[in-house]
Write a protein that binds this ligand. Structure first.
Ligand SMILES: Nc1ncnc2c1ncn2[C@@H]1O[C@H](COP(=O)(O)OP(=O)(O)OP(=O)(O)O)[C@@H](O)[C@H]1O
Length: 702
């Protein structure tokens, strides 16, 4: 028995029609009286049974014997028509026995059909038939197949009173239809619960990045097979362009899909009409089914139901098919269930496709972003930074990157980010030097609306924005003391509180800091918190100045040449020997950034296949404006008037720097050019306050 909902009109409909038509006269009979209280007791019993949501068999067991006894019948039962066949349920007699009593062989089928066709009770004197039906309209959207049947009873009692039969059978028919509707209701709720549970599982599968479409389709088909109770189920996705339907899972073939023309068989019919189709071999046209599929799968289709799979805008994306009902034929209730599953399946399939395409775009973007900022360099110090960066990327350790302006600290930070598991998350860079203390807190931690005069809207801070990714704090040495204290708190607690807010927000961020400042000196001068330094400096990477990277200048120049020529679509010119020498001997106070700008300018302004030294326009800035720049050293300027001793010192620094530059960082060669012994050159450099590279063993190449 299937679904339900009592519709009052059903009861009234039956009530109106229960005026018995007889083909023999009962007016001459004498009726045995039933005490009215017995009828009331019967009605009360029915009411109690319905309230208790009695099952159908229990109803037959409990109420039929009472009905039989009240009317003095021999036996009674319920006869229903299912899929074109008569089906006799339990047959009860007055003893209450519903199991052993055999169904009479001579059931009055004509009388039953007559009662059903005319919607009213019928009797031939011995048999009585009272229609007991549920129309699909009775249950609204949830009754998928009607119930067609009759309450049938037998009585040799001549004195039976038709009015009493009418009254009591009305009561019993109401009880039967109500019980049937209740049962169908419960069954439908169970079905919908299962469909929702299945949809939730498909959603989980579809959200897993690792799961592919096949896994999802197999899961959907398995659910349909279980819930409908059939041998197989398959989802045919429509390849509109190729006019094909691609069935997966392929009804028993595991590895390859089943491809059929999109106009063949019943799936083709569903695609064309957008209407569900049922096909049962015993009653339907054999020509409708595509037996080619059966032959290729060595399978025999006995019955099938297929419904369209529709996308969000109502467009058909395929067909969902269930094959070979395990118990009997498919009917409308299977269409209803398969359609429910198809609705959720289409959503899951489309969502997984959208997710896949988003994941692919994201991966492409991440790959492009990672490629767009390669850490170019073959100098041992750069190689060491790259290797350490790759290693440390696999951890969540905080990293401090040291180096002069323009040496590539942000490039290293990006390298670490794109080498880490956080690469699909955001990379957010904040220049701490650019933020005054009052703005820094709101920039990093966000603020709530109205928390200060200009806070017109809630703002999410950089820490929150970087959640799941990396936060790069550039120029951290320039951060105000107040900012340092707040930063330390966030690093320790791993949660932020927005300005003007009170709720701590957990943040999952990897912090990379960078500075061109001598932090040890700042700590000594109490301008940088030592505790913050230890928090940030878990791993420290130092980038040498470009002037100390020897032939890396040429590698980088080549890299930028390719980059900019590709951008403007010009053939990549070569660097002449003179250009190479000029690049190697320039001292690059602006480091890689300066080189990049130089090459960019050349790419736009020069013509021809060869770049010569004059094209580079590399002039050492005049002493009055030049930076005699050393990593982690203060910047010196000659601000006239200045003492002769200081001018001499700065001149010597610049002179030595140029000599080292010209020799590509080779100290022995530079010393010889300066007519000094190598150890004297080191001593002189120390005297002048220059870094020699011996301090950290890497900055100055031999
Ligand atoms: N090793 C490198 N390979 C490729 N490009 C680099 C490299 N180092 C630096 N660059 C480029 O040089 C420019 C400056 O680099 P970056 O901004 O990383 O330097 P920085 O040390 O962070 O500078 P600042 O201290 O001024 O913030 C950028 O355009 C960057 O792409």
């Amino acid at each position: 028995m299937k679904c339900f909902l009592v519709c009052p009109s059903t009861v009234q409909h039956q009530r109106r029609n229960l005026d018995f038509m007889t083909n023999h006269s009962s007016s001459t009979r004498t009726h045995e009286p039933i005490h009215p209280l017995d009828e009331i007791a019967f009605a009360t019993e029915i009411g109690r049974a319905l309230r208790a949501q009695i099952s159908h068999p229990a109803l037959v067991r409990q109420l039929f014997p009472r009905f039989i006894a009240l009317l003095g019948l021999d036996a009674a039962g319920l006869v229903t028509q299912q899929k074109g066949r008569w089906h006799v349920g339990a047959w009860a007699d007055s003893s209450g026995d519903t199991s052993n009593r055999p169904v009479p062989a001579d059931l009055p089928i004509d009388l039953i059909s007559d009662a059903i066709d005319h919607g009213g009770g019928r009797t031939d004197g011995r048999w009585w038939a009272v229609p007991c039906q549920i129309d699909v309209n009775d249950g609204g959207a949830i009754v998928s197949s009607p119930m067609v049947g009759c309450l049938v009873f037998e009585s040799e009692n001549e004195s039976i009173d038709p009015d009493r039969v009418d009254r009591l059978s009305q009561l019993l028919v109401t009880a039967i239809t109500q019980t049937e509707l209740d049962a169908r209701h419960r069954h439908r709720i169970a079905q919908l619960t299962s469909v929702l549970e299945a949809a939730a599982q498909w959603q989980q599968t579809q959200l897993q990045e690792s799961s592919d479409e096949n896994t999802l389709l197999r899961q959907i088909a398995d659910t349909a097979t279980d819930l409908i109770g059939c041998e197989r189920a398959s989802i045919f996705l429509w390849d509109k362009r190729r006019k094909k339907l691609i069935g997966r899972p392929a009804l028993g073939i595991d590895d390859r899909p089943l491809i059929v023309p999109d106009n063949a068989g019943i799936v083709g019919e569903v695609l064309a009409t957008k209407e569900p189709q049922i096909w049962n071999a015993s009653s339907d046209d054999e020509a409708r089914v595509n037996r080619d599929i059966d032959r290729s799968l060595e399978f025999r289709t006995r019955s099938l139901v297929a419904v369209p799979l529709s996308g969000p805008r109502g467009e058909t994306i395929g067909v969902f098919e269930a094959i070979n009902h395990l118990e009997n034929h498919f009917d409308n209730s299977d269409v209803l269930l398969l359609s429910d599953l198809a609705t959720h399946a289409a959503v899951a399939i489309q969502a997984q496709r959208a997710q896949k395409s988003l994941t692919e775009s994201r991966d492409r973007l991440v790959r492009d972003a990672a490629r767009s900022t390669p850490l170019v360099g073959a100098h041992p110090a750069v190689v060491a930074v790259r290797e350490s960066g790759t290693k440390v990327a696999k951890t969540d350790l905080t990293v401090m990157i040291l180096g002069s302006n323009g040496t590539g600290k942000e490039v290293v930070a990006r390298h670490i980010h794109y080498e880490s598991d956080r690469k699909n998350g955001p990379f957010i860079a904040v220049n701490c030097a650019a933020l005054v203390e009052s703005l820094l807190e709101s920039e990093l931690f966000g603020h709530e609306r109205g928390s200060f005069t200009d806070a017109n809207a809630t703002r999410v801070g950089k820490f929150e924005l970087a959640s799941g990714g990396t936060l790069f704090l550039d120029e951290v040495g320039d951060m105000s003391p107040g900012g340092q204290a707040k930063l330390l708190r966030v690093l320790e607690q791993r949660e932020v509180v927005r300005v003007g807010g009170s709720v701590p927000i957990p943040v999952d961020v990897r912090v990379i800091a960078a500075t061109n400042q001598p932090l040890d000196q700042l700590i000594a001068e109490k301008r940088f918190r030592e505790d913050l330094f230890f928090r940030l400096n878990v791993v420290s990477l130092t980038l040498p100045d470009l002037a100390n990277r020897g032939r890396d200048v040429l590698l980088l120049a080549d890299h930028f040449l390719n980059h900019f020529c590709y951008q403007i679509g010009r053939k990549v010119p070569s660097l002449s020997d003179s250009a190479q020498t000029a690049l190697l001997s320039h001292h690059w106070p602006g480091n890689v950034r300066e080189l990049r700008n130089t090459i960019e300018r050349v790419c736009y302004l020069s013509t021809g296949d060869m770049i010569h030294a004059p094209d580079l326009e590399l002039r050492q800035p005049p002493m009055s404006t030049s930076k005699v720049h050393d990593r982690n050293q203060p910047t010196y300027r000659i601000d006239l008037p200045t003492s002769l001793a200081e001018s001499t010192r700065l001149f010597q620094i610049d002179h030595i720097r140029q000599a080292i530059d010209r020799c590509g960082g080779n100290m022995t060669e530079a010393a010889s050019k300066l007519d000094l012994h190598r150890s004297n050159l080191y001593r002189k450099m120390k005297q002048l306050g220059m870094r020699t590279g011996e301090e950290d063993g890497e900055a100055v190449a031999e």
